[in-house]
Design a protein around this ligand. Structure first.
Ligand code: FES
Ligand code: FES
Length: 194
């Protein structure tokens, strides 16, 4: 499963599963994202976000996803399950795919975070092009996470087999069932016919 450091992930997941994120409150209206209250123990965390240096004042336990969306205003990364189970929130930290809903912002300090907005300025990354050409998305909600996982796979394995793809993408859930097109688009981005 693509995640961040086990200790950080487990820490964050345990807090969420234990309900110790305080009472979630609905914030963000149409986004439907549920933002927990934070205790106010904020600190300044410096990192690179899409190749730019940023300083974010945040509770160190705030999930990276919240920081990306609410503090940095980049809403391409989506909230699905909040428990590292669906992959909708996948971003890269130092080139590795992580579930940002379960990755504390403090673990990203000093690191380089890439979101879907940072893949290319104009949607011209080969994976994005392949996705468009094969009309992969249906409702689209899971797709930024799918694309970030696909890019991470191709960075490591430029010519993946079907089995490689299925293994690498197994943690990204699509309830519209676009899996066949996702697999074809990964092959296309790799320069192969499916
Ligand atoms: S929202 Fe992060 S894995 Fe589902
Ligand atoms: S395209 Fe709708 S959930 Fe994946």
């Amino acid at each position: 499963m693509a995640t961040g450091p086990a200790s950080a992930l487990e820490f964050s997941q345990n807090k969420i599963l234990a309900g110790s994120w305080s009472k979630p409150v609905s914030r963000g209206g149409a986004t439907g994202i549920r933002t927990p209250d934070y205790a106010g123990n904020s600190m300044t965390i410096e990192l690179k976000l899409n190749q730019k240096s940023v300083s974010l004042d945040a509770d160190p336990d705030m999930p990276l996803l919240w920081a990306i969306r609410d503090l940095a205003g980049m809403t391409g990364t989506k909230y699905g399950c909040g428990k590292a189970l669906c992959g909708a929130c996948t971003v890269h930290v130092d080139g590795q795919p992580v579930r940002s809903c379960s990755y504390p912002i403090s673990s990203a300090a000093g690191k380089s975070v890439t979101t879907i907005e940072g893949l290319s300025a104009d949607g011209s990354h080969p994976v994005q092009v392949a996705w468009r050409e094969l009309n992969v998305p249906q409702c689209g909600y899971c797709q930024s996470g799918q694309i970030m996982s696909a890019v991470a796979l191709l960075d490591k394995n430029p010519k993946p087999t079907d089995e490689d793809i299925d293994n690498a993408m197994s943690g990204n859930i699509c309830r519209c069932g676009t899996y066949t097109r996702i697999r074809a688009a990964i092959h296309k981005a790799a320069g192969e016919s499916s």
